[in-house]
Design a protein around this ligand. Structure first.
Ligand SMILES: Cc1cc2nc3c(=O)[nH]c(=O)nc-3n(C[C@H](O)[C@H](O)[C@H](O)COP(=O)(O)OP(=O)(O)OC[C@H]3O[C@@H](n4cnc5c(N)ncnc54)[C@H](O)[C@@H]3O)c2cc1C
Ligand code: SF4
Length: 495
């Protein structure tokens, strides 16, 4: 007999070890560890989603005839050892884990690890590709994926003659627009039981209100709903943040994919199939496919390509503490940040642009400690996991890796936030002002950042325009004084 350890982020019957497992020869162990529950103060919905998805999955495994040991223990290894003793099975197997820490722990415990297909590219194939690259550019990886997976290809050329239709995307929030209505999922008995079990823990955030449901059937409903209601306009509205829709045209699939309930291969297959039988704009289809076969796979690849210490990098020497408004959105007058943090507290999810253009941009400009920011993101998001948060925050979000992932920092002043969101109209600050009491902190800190880091970035070709703007700034000294005021207010939690 074999004992198969199934982790809470690999809940799949069709991928990994369970695809070929047999109830006659395989017993399953799943562990709800104290460490998982209590090592951090989590967002309630993040912990709920993870536990409820695993408990639903364990029930389904039992229905399929497997003997399942779902145990609670101090650590994962303690839980596995407990079941080894109970069952007297010594031959333990697991899928390769999705984090360095679990990989080390399972390896040290002598558990046999198996490569798997939870991603479209294997770890070794990504490493082989990465070793041939001078710089790990996502666009190059994406083209490599398109060719090797034969997705949206016309022979050796991209369908439509272009690899990337981003220039057709990036529209600001439209006026009087009707947005896709998100699905609503009723909580079931297991969901409620999990919420009760975690009631005693000190957690952040509100209780779930039906935006996500931790089951395979909900994952499939969400995928079909996205294809029908949102795919066609995914591209144009991908980067905008309107105040009358939280989901916009995004797929809301990340929580499902990241626990294994949906596989990227089936998403691509269904999206292509849907587009073949319905009118879907190529720019939107390509944009969505790029997220799945490009960004998601690339981020996972670089997580394993970079050393585990990558998550501790701080190349811009940013040491400021996380301001209190990250936990209490009422504590800032900046409407964009207050609204975004409120949304995070509400459902543990905001789309890519608030994560990047509002939260990460502010953390970079204000010089917030990258590890403190990473810790907050890890705790708060329903779809968070080490492999996806570490590169997205350290590399893409706050550029703490000395440009190993992105060629330039993602920073912008208030004017771009004004263009792409509806936040500035209701704000105490003015996005076009960089000095004075009502100057937008993003705008002030943006110019201050460029000046402060000119030795590092002014010779960067891709930042040429930003630095010529800085050279033309007639009031730089006033801006630097204003930045001191802003940063002091930030420290006093009065911004
Ligand atoms: C600072 C920061 C932190 C992030 N943290 C996470 C995280 O913890 N978990 C997570 O899944 N995504 C993370 N992302 C990526 C992205 O924001 C989310 O995947 C996306 O917002 C999830 O919503 P969606 O499923 O509706 O995505 P859509 O906009 O519908 O995109 C479809 C899918 O593409 C994939 N994708 C797109 N961009 C990325 C990316 N940069 N990295 C990985 N996958 C991507 C996701 O699987 C997503 O579900 C982060 C991005 C930033 C800038
Ligand atoms: S004015 Fe500045 S702080 Fe206010 S919402 Fe706009 S970008 Fe944010």
């Amino acid at each position: 007999m074999r004992l198969l350890y199934i982790s809470h982020d690999q809940l799949s019957f069709s991928h990994g070890l369970l695809a070929t497992a047999d109830p006659k020869t395989d017993v399953v162990v799943m562990v709800e560890s104290k460490r998982m529950l209590e090592s951090k103060k989590w967002h309630r919905q993040r912990l709920w989603f993870l536990l409820s998805a695993a408990r639903h999955f364990a029930d389904e495994l039992t229905t399929k005839g497997f003997q399942v040991h779902y145990v609670k223990a101090a650590t994962t290894i303690a839980g596995i050892e407990l079941v080894m003793t109970e069952t007297e099975i010594r031959d333990v197997h697991a899928n390769e884990p999705l984090s360095h820490r679990l990989q080390d722990n399972l390896t040290s415990a002598g558990i046999t690890l198996h490569p798997h297909n939870f991603f479209l590219i294997s770890r070794t194939d990504f490493l082989d590709w990465a070793r041939t690259q001078k710089h790990l550019k996502m666009e190059n990886f994406y083209r490599f994926q398109r060719k090797r997976l034969d997705v949206l290809m016309d022979g050796d050329d991209p369908v439509g003659g272009q690899w990337n239709f981003d220039k057709d995307n990036r529209l600001p929030p439209p006026k009087n627009h009707t947005w896709p209505v998100p699905l609503y999922f009723e909580l079931d008995e297991i969901d409620r039981e999990v919420l009760k079990d975690i009631e005693h823990l000190d957690l952040y955030g509100e209780i779930p209100e039906g935006d996500f449901a931790p089951t395979r059937s909900a994952a499939l409903q969400q995928l079909n709903h996205f294809l029908k209601t949102s795919l066609n306009d995914f591209g144009p509205y991908e980067d905008c943040v309107p105040n009358d829709s939280w989901n916009v045209n995004h797929s809301l699939l990340s929580p499902y994919m990241n626990v294994g309930l949906l596989n990227p291969a089936e998403i691509i297959e269904k999206a292509l199939d849907y587009a073949e039988n319905h009118e879907v704009s190529l720019a939107s289809l390509e944009g969505f496919i790029r997220q799945i076969i490009g960004w998601r796979e690339y981020v996972n690849g670089v997580y394993w390509f970079f050393e585990p210490e990558y998550k501790s990098l701080n190349s811009l020497n940013a040491n400021r503490e996380l301001p209190e408004f990250f936990y209490d959105p009422e504590k800032t007058q900046m409407n964009c940040l207050s609204s975004t943090v409120s949304d995070v507290m509400k459902r543990g999810w905001v789309h890519h642009i608030p994560r990047l253009m509002i939260l990460s941009n502010f953390a970079t400009l204000a010089g917030i400690d990258p590890q403190a920011f990473l810790g907050w993101m890890r705790e708060m998001f329903i779809d968070a996991a080490d492999w996806v948060m570490v590169p997205n925050v350290i590399g893409m979000g706050v550029h703490a890796d000395d440009g190993r992932m992105m060629t330039k920092p993602y920073i912008s002043a208030g004017a771009y936030i004004k263009k792409m969101t509806n936040y500035c109209n209701g704000c105490a600050f003015n996005p076009s002002k960089r000095t004075g009491n009502d100057a937008c902190p993003f705008t002030t800190l943006y110019w201050n950042f460029l000046d402060e880091h000119k030795d590092t970035f002014s010779s960067n070709q891709r930042m040429w325009q930003q630095y010529s703007g800085l050279k033309r700034l007639s009031d730089l000294e006033d801006v630097k004084e204003q930045a001191k005021v802003v940063l002091q207010k930030l420290e006093d939690n009065t911004l």
